[in-house]
Design a protein around this ligand. Sequence first.
Ligand code: 3PG
Ligand code: MG
Length: 403
Amino acid sequence: MKTIEALGDLRGKRVLVRSDLNVPLDDNGTITDDGRVRASVPTISSLAEAGARVIVCAHLGRPKGAPEEKYSLRPVAVRLGELLGRPVAFATDTVGSSAQAVVAGLDDGDVAVLENLRFNPGETAKDDAERGAFADALAGLADAFVSDGFGVVHRKQASVYDVPARLPHAGGGLVAAEVEVLRRLTETPERPYAVVLGGAKVSDKLAVIANLLQTADRLLVGGGMVFTFLAAQGHEVGKSLLEADQVDTVRGYLADAAERGVEIVLPTDIVAADAFSADAKHDVVPADAIPADRMGLDIGPESARLFADRLADARTIFWNGPLGAFEMAPYAEGTRALAQALVEATASGALTVVGGGDSAAAVRQLGFTDEQFGHISTGGGASLEYLEGKQLPGLTVLEDEEG
Ligand code: 3PG
Ligand code: MG
């Protein structure tokens, strides 16, 4: 992957940067976690310092190919300007008259943000020609392209995959740093290597679990997906999330893990509530005896100690997905305890990686800081697909020699 330096003297050049600025906003349009904006600042800053005319493009949410006010990047552009400490121009479209005018008005070292790429159907089109036409228009705004949106490199989309084929291109510092960490996890993890998976759906993680059984020494499971594991062991899970059609697959994984000597660590106790609500009646129950009228919403305190114990001597830890419904205080303790265990592992020299937008937002919301972990990835889906061993379109395209 070419670095920005390899693009040569950037003074006066228009550089299109694909960043991942897909941040959570509340109902008032206020950013609730600006981690991805902060992670995008160093590359944008260094391009501006180098005298480039910087054009930032990004998406927000999943609009359906047409403008929708609630998905506007304007508040994100404002936040970017505050973090950069320089004015940021905003184009109210992506490749139309506003974008053309804003780009034409840039001086060396200026920064502009284009409106949400996904307001244009060409960005996410499955049809190569439709994506290509949009990529032509985007590429027409610039002289060079920098790929820095790690969170979207697993998407075969115009700004990620088709634009770099049309312009001299490089990988930005964020993409390079993320890939370097993932490379360490897949190629040379210091052992014991423990992986913690949470989140709601086991079906999202099947491919990565299959792959991790070949590379990790321990797999700790929590979150909504754990109930499919408990069901595969023959336990009743009450009203908990259950993917009944995945039980056999998971049972196969448990057998495979046993054969390979991979330790699978499941919770021994569960916080079980009578409704998905913060004020529901809830108790800690044994994981193999969840009452029929209860749903599990967090791992229990004994499990939290067990998980911490199985991480204490790990030298490499990858964590993706909260262990409970952490947005509600009564069900946040498992995720908090896990984050604390990673903080302690980091302090004793382990490489700890928190993978993904949701997990990253969770640890910040629980009061932890980025510096307490080895690496907080800006891409959940992207890092999981990397660990699955998939080719990521936004990375493979950077490897070609054309640029
Ligand atoms: C994310 O939030 O996962 C990335 O920004 C990619 O967004 P997407 O999942 O909507 O493609
Ligand atoms: Mg996603």
